[in-house]
Design a protein around this ligand. Structure first.
Ligand code: AMP
Length: 203
């Protein structure tokens, strides 16, 4: 069975949701640069704080994210990697520090991505993700404390998608050319997508 899984896809493709479920299913670590950076947004680095890049929808400099991933993978036996690599130089670094058992691309159309991202809300207490249209909590107390990620506002979403096309699509192409890429249709309900993922991982 594959225990070193790389999940690729655009912002909003469902990598976070699915990675969490995969980590629980297989008892492996969920390694996500996005969450790690959000938890350290105001950390001073020689390039400035992660916040200055993230709130604008830009990539945080490679040395900062490479170090996060290196430290996390050293401690993990099995893992699902989410949100990294986002450019070819990160992909090159990753290939130097680990081998992968499965590289999966979660495919979602761009129209769908914008709606998913701008409607996304997060519960700051539990980290749970909701959506104004597709997954609104019934509990009023939860409703009231939900927040929108700064970078889920429409202008920043457009910029993140531009950065994705420019920097991350070549990474997907790179794995496709190597013949390593498993493509999974990500445009379905989360449980359906999860089944598709476990099928390809166990298949
Ligand atoms: P995410 O939660 O994966 O959408 O990431 C949110 C933001 O964190 C991105 O828009 C980037 O600013 C930053 N970030 C996350 N992962 C990376 C990465 N691998 N390389 C550079 N920046 C990243």
């Amino acid at each position: 069975m594959s225990h070193r899984i790389l999940l690729l896809g655009a912002p909003g493709a469902g990598k976070g949701t699915q990675s969490k479920k995969l980590a629980a299913e297989y008892g492996i670590e969920h390694v996500t640069t996005g969450d790690a950076l959000r938890a350290n947004k105001d950390m001073e680095t020689e390039y400035g704080t992660p916040r200055s890049f993230m709130d604008a929808g830009e990539l945080v400099p490679d040395p900062v994210v490479n170090e996060i991933v290196n430290a996390a993978l050293k401690e993990a036996d099995g893992f699902v990697l989410d949100g990294y690599p986002r450019n070819l130089s990160q992909a090159e670094y990753l290939s130097e520090i680990t081998d992968l058992d499965a590289v999966i691309f979660l495919d979602v159309s761009e129209e769908e991505l914008v709606g998913r991202l701008t409607g996304r809300r997060m519960d700051p207490e539990t980290g749970e993700i909701y959506h104004v249209e597709f997954n609104w909590p019934e509990d009023e107390e939860i409703q009231e404390r939900l927040v929108q990620r700064e970078d889920d506002k429409e202008d920043t979403v457009r910029e993140r998608l531009r950065v994705y096309r420019e920097n991350t699509e070549p990474v997907i192409e790179h794995f496709r050319e190597r013949g390593d890429l498993i493509e999974v249709d990500g445009e379905a309900a989360p449980d359906t997508v999860f089944e598709r993922l476990t099928d390809v991982i166990e298949g």
